[in-house]
Design a binder for this molecule. Structure first.
Ligand code: BGC
Length: 266
């Protein structure tokens, strides 16, 4: 029993992959969920339909999290609909991979804007509401919870993906600095560092048997992760069961951060 029932969450980038699984799992726990998305309204409608069929509550929130006015408008709509917000899952993210010599400024900028600036903009709006409302004992021990979806690449350098790795390294210190600043206000901020999770973002890494075999050499636990693995962790980090945890990234990676190359070398 996580006692999340009746709380309100916003999950960004919630109409596919990890975000979708997190939104669905929160809804299963009785959380009213704002499903943020940019494109593919049909996928969003389907998720909302599924949530409602299971007795949950959810609304669609179209917004590009990297645009200040759109991020602010999204929070306004959510708070008008559900009264407040208790949980922000800063999940929206993308990759635009390229060797450094060919990486365009547009590729760099888009990834930093969505992955990092988007998390800043959404965290800022959530914090305003958390501070305004404060702790309401019947809801949660905390005035609010922020979960920043990071990656193993907040610590593992990733050649060919310097924009993405830089955004994730930035998310780590955004998360920790926010946690330090906001702990006295009873706001918890944590990160999740997924490894290889089977979603559209990394389909090339698992869609053929050869690719999967190569990927598994990086995963000591010898299986690719599933979005539901991450969803269960997000629910726990949002709940009072993890009330004493703040400023921490929990890696969920089947051991990818254990430097598996060193198990037979070095
Ligand atoms: C990336 C995936 C990658 C995984 C492990 C994630 O953050 O989005 O593309 O498979 O890290 O390298």
């Amino acid at each position: 029993m996580n006692n999340l029932k009746g709380q309100v969450a916003l999950v960004t980038g919630a109409n596919s992959g990890i975000g979708k699984a997190v939104a669905m799992e929160l809804a299963t726990q009785g959380v009213k969920v704002g499903i943020n998305y940019v494109s593919n309204p049909e996928a969003t409608d389907q998720i909302i339909h599924d949530i409602k069929k299971n007795g949950g509550e959810a609304i669609a929130l179209q917004a590009d999290v990297s645009k200040e006015d759109q991020a602010q408008g999204m929070f306004k709509t959510l708070i008008e609909a559900y009264g407040t917000i208790d949980i922000l899952v800063n999940n929206a993210g993308l990759q635009r991979d390229s060797p450094i010599q060919d990486m365009t400024l547009a590729q760099w900028q888009l990834v930093i804007d969505v992955n990092l600036t988007g998390q800043f903009l959404c965290a800022r709006e959530a914090v305003k509401e958390f501070l305004k409302r404060g702790v309401v004992a019947e809801r949660s021990k905390a005035a609010g919870k922020i979960i920043c979806m990071s990656s193993v690449h907040e610590v593992i350098p990733w050649g060919g993906h310097v924009n993405y790795a830089s955004s994730k390294g930035g998310i780590m210190l955004l998360m920790k600095s926010l946690a330090q600043e906001l702990s006295p206000k009873k706001i918890r901020v944590n990160g999740i560092g997924p490894g290889a999770i089977q979603t559209p973002i990394n389909h090339q890494a698992w869609e053929t048997p050869e690719a999967l075999e190569k990927l598994l050499t990086l995963i000591p636990y010898q299986r690719i992760g599933q979005p539901e693995d991450v969803a269960k962790l997000a629910v726990w980090l949002a709940s009072d069961d993890s009330d004493y945890i703040t400023g921490t990234t929990v890696f969920i990676d089947g051991g990818m951060t254990l430097y598996p190359g060193f198990s037979t070398n070095g």
